[in-house]
Ligand binder design. Sequence first.
Ligand code: ADP
Length: 189
Amino acid sequence: MRLIILGPPGAGKGTQAARIADRLGIPAISTGDIFRANIKDQTPLGVKVDEIIKSGGYVSDDITNEIVEDRLSWDDATHGFLLDGYPRTSGQVDALDAMLARHGHALDAVLELEVDEDAIVERLLRRAETEGRADDTEDVIRERQAIYRKETAPLAHHYDQVGLLVKVDGMGEVDEVTDRVIAALPQHA
Ligand code: ADP
């Protein structure tokens, strides 16, 4: 299965991505994780994107598309993958389509985790308090949610129009949400 997962910050998207990929026997590929690993190892790519990521901006489409194309060429992704954090712009949507078409492949579904924004804000604020993260204030959290809505809505709309969008209720226990996602997949395994 070739899948994308969309979901707002705090929705537990990374956790679900790992679990869903595990169940389906495909790799979960997070562009954020790839960038962070490169920054940690100070690779040429890491050095190049460090400042951009620290400032909260987006890495350019050219760089991002290239690292995804490379990652999708690994053996473990031949029969499927779950992309987390990519695509994020319409340029990336087009680039991904072109990459897949070159290999005669196509996406099977785009999962969108739907969550109650107020509940997530509450959860993140509690976490900020217990973990002493002073930067996670309500304003900052709501701003991140707003950016997500603004940047992701057009992508979700696009995938809805081409019949790929699958919305899943992301509220509840972690296991429950994973089961729901698996059950919602087309021709689920
Ligand atoms: P978040 O913390 O919002 O979940 P990620 O872990 O997905 O973010 O990504 C961290 C950072 O890496 C982003 O803020 C951005 O700078 C960069 N990044 C990740 N994916 C992309 C992408 N598809 N396009 C451009 N930049 C990206």
